[in-house]
Design a protein around this ligand. Sequence first.
Ligand code: NAP
Ligand code: MG
Length: 406
Amino acid sequence: MSKIKVKTPLVEMDGDEMTRVIWARIKEQFILPHLEIDLKYFDLSVTHRDSTDDKVTVDAANACLEYGVGVKCATITPNEDRVKEFGLKKQWASPNGTIRSIMDGTVFRKPITLSNVPPRVRSWKKPIVVARHAFGDIYRDQEMVIKAPGKVELVYTPDGGEPQRLLVNAFKGGGGVAMAMFNTDKSITSFAKAVFTYALGEKLNIWFNTKDTISKKYHVRFREIFQQESEDRKAELEQAGITYSYYLIDDAVAQVLKSEGGHLWACMNYDGDVMSDMVAEGFGSLGLMTSVLVSPDGKYEYEAAHGTVTRHFRRHQKGEETSTNSVASIFAWTGAIGRRGQLDGTPEVTEFARRLEQSVIDTIEGGTMTGDLVRLSTSPNPKQSNTFGFMDAVAQKVEAGKSVAA
Ligand code: NAP
Ligand code: MG
């Protein structure tokens, strides 16, 4: 059987532990037998990052910018224990953080919905995509514990100018806490651009929310920048038949639980951090959550939202059976390949990705799934497969689909 040719190279970033095991199997079973594809391979395993002084992560991110589309396996973000476990030179930064800052990207998380794995929230019928602004606010703040009476001020000294001061609080009796945080117009604008670009591509209505009734300068600045972007792209929005709506965050949270889903929910950094976990759990399982990083000028990096599934990997290392869900990792590949096909103008490549996704969905909806989904499924007699048994079942569906199509 002849392979489908992918015109432009795809950047591949390998990773760690259980997801690395699954990764190799995805390539061998679903990708390489069917596609003639030039994979620009970067090994982002923690030991290789260490031996290259993390240069490999920077190179991989730059390759994503050069080629436009990448796919990444989950990776270990080392903490002290990991430094000991692998004898690392230091606690290297989170690869996702490094890639995000090089691509200046926004993270979109999208759940995979299945008819027999119902969302915990009954009104949700369609995926809710959460976009999190991943820069600034409390993640880049400065904080102080105040132990004794005194003044806390916010001071801004313009280059070459006189300082301007605002009193935050005059502590009198006892102490307390204080914090200062910031964001930049550049980063907020990049975020807004990425949100509109993604929503236009996927034809999703956009929701954005802040607490601008309370934060009359900081949050209002976010609202203004989003408003400007929606005016600049009014014609595109109309042409795509999608809308931009602004809400107060409390209103949005209530609305989202009552909604059917099917929209893009753009959130400030902290809101997105919290709400993306709420939405993930509300839809069922981390194993069904995909993630894509989009740069303001439309470069894409796809991955599963979950980590390296260390607990399962420990069992796998001991030769025990595991039932790890490979769906989000497979959808990272299909997301990237589908996008590659779209950007290259090669519908057969996009169609290949769509068919592989359908084979995964048909397998699960047919009652074969990993343990995490068995617990959630409404199928009468769900069949629990081990990690590789599930992938074999998908491969059979792919083959069956091909003979139907032929
Ligand atoms: P995790 O790998 O997401 O796993 C947490 C737990 O969630 C698992 O033990 C498992 O629960 C369940 N789970 C997650 N993915 C699953 C899947 N595909 N199939 C079945 N169950 C799944 O998070 P973690 O254990 O906190 O982190 C492990 C490592 O991953 C860390 O070193 C961390 O730095 C890294 N990490 C990387 C990324 C990334 O690269 N994007 C993201 C997060 C974490 P049960 O054990 O109950 O079955
Ligand atoms: Mg979170």
